[in-house]
Design a protein around this ligand. Structure first.
Ligand SMILES: C[S@@+](CC[C@H](N)C(=O)[O-])C[C@H]1O[C@@H](n2cnc3c(N)ncnc32)[C@H](O)[C@@H]1O
Length: 266
């Protein structure tokens, strides 16, 4: 079976509900807010577990020196090709976000869309944060976007299932991430999320339909566990937490993400 991450085009289509350019703008605004007041503008950015590297490509489009890192060869190839197609310079590295060693430091490191859910153990999370700290310039920021804890601990119980549709360039896709029967294991905090994506391409002389099915293991991390991992790792301090891209408090009813801003020692 080919997984959703082995089909970067389909994955990017599934995630096209996001407004990547405004999100990148907010990430840079947070840099201005949370770095030292006299810090030089952000020039170098590293996106970890970048997948198709949409945010890294947007930073590159804005003239920053951008690097994208992912474990999956198909994702890396797709990110590099997309950047070349768009005429933006992007450094793409195939590596593991718990062990990478690029030999250089960045003003900003980001991990988007819950990709830290692929870190299954506390040791893996701490190793990841230590690698991030080793790659941040003094006073640099690490911004990590996770799903909102309400998704797993809210009144609706630990079963999370979201379904949405997207439309792009004559292609329609309906996506379901997490089935009604998917359960979070209360001991490991891992859920095997059932993913189904049905893609319909119109205008091909008869609609072509393709279905991708996958089982994606996701580890749910609480805010407290993240704080503990940050202290264990050392070198980083949590300086802010937001419930969305903007000034949304994590506890606000409209909060639907958990975005933490970490700063390296100046
Ligand atoms: C949910 S996708 C998110 C992609 C991207 N962050 C985005 O916002 O679209 C998760 C990505 O994490 C990558 N990944 C999983 N484990 C990884 C690891 N240990 N190191 C680097 N990348 C990893 C997968 O290959 C996949 O591309």
């Amino acid at each position: 079976m080919t997984g959703i991450y082995d089909d970067p085009w389909a994955y990017e289509l599934a995630c096209s509900f996001r407004d990547v350019a405004p999100e990148a703008g907010v990430l840079l605004a947070w840099c201005a807010r949370h770095r030292e007041p006299d810090a030089a503008p952000v020039r170098t950015v590293l996106e970890l577990a970048a997948g198709p590297a949409e945010h890294a490509r947007e930073f590159a489009r804005r003239g920053l020196a951008a690097t994208a890192l992912d474990l999956n060869a198909a994702m890396c190839g797709y990110a590099a090709k997309s950047a070349a197609r768009d005429g933006v310079e992007l450094d793409v590295v195939r590596d593991d976000m718990t062990t990478f060693d690029l030999g250089r430091r960045f003003d900003l490191v980001v991990t988007m869309l819950d990709s830290t859910s692929h870190l299954m153990t506390l040791d893996a999370f701490v190793a990841h944060l230590r690698r991030v700290a080793a790659h941040l310039a003094p006073g640099g920021l690490y911004i990590v976007e996770m799903s909102h804890p309400r998704d797993r601990l809210g009144d609706d119980g630990p079963s999370v299932g979201t379904a949405w549709t997207v439309e792009r360039d004559g292609v329609h896709a309906s996506v379901r991430w997490g089935g009604p029967d998917d359960r979070l294991d209360p001991v490991t905090q891992i859920a095997d999320d059932r993913v189904t994506m049905t893609i319909t391409e119109t205008g091909t002389g008869g609609d072509a339909v393709r279905t991708i099915r996958d089982l994606v293991p996701y580890r749910f991390w609480t805010a407290g566990e993240l704080d503990a991992a940050i202290r264990l790792a050392g070198g980083l301090t949590a300086v802010a937490r937001y419930g969305d891209f903007g000034d949304v408090d994590l506890t606000a009813p409209e909060a639907w993400r958990m975005i933490t801003v970490l700063r390296a020692a100046a």
